[in-house]
Write a protein that binds this ligand. Structure first.
Ligand SMILES: [Zn+2]
Length: 94
């Protein structure tokens, strides 16, 4: 019934990757969660691209104060996620 090539038991979903990406970049994920995160990236190119974009954003935001980061960073992340989802939807219907 499914075309999934891999056993996805315990695998993070794309949504979870999006939710955990900042924690991942801060190296605050527990080791097994970190592994699952990277396992997902290994099989999910769109998430790899997304995480790379976040890494860039996080670096840019390094210049801001922590207060600005929490307010503006969330908006930037939501923006990126919208673009990312739109890109996925387009390529899915292609
Ligand atoms: Zn994914």
């Amino acid at each position: 019934m499914t075309n999934e090539p891999l056993d996805l038991t315990g695998m993070l979903t794309c949504q979870e990757v999006v939710e955990l990406v900042t924690t991942y970049h801060e190296h605050l994920l527990p080791p097994e969660e970190h592994q699952r995160f990277e396992a997902h990236l290994a099989i999910c190119p769109p998430c790899r691209t997304y995480v790379a974009q976040i890494a860039q954003t996080v670096r840019m935001m390094g210049a801001l104060t922590a207060e600005q980061e929490s307010a503006e960073g969330t908006l930037v992340l939501l923006d990126l996620f919208r673009d990312w989802k739109r890109g996925r939807t387009l390529s899915d219907t292609d």
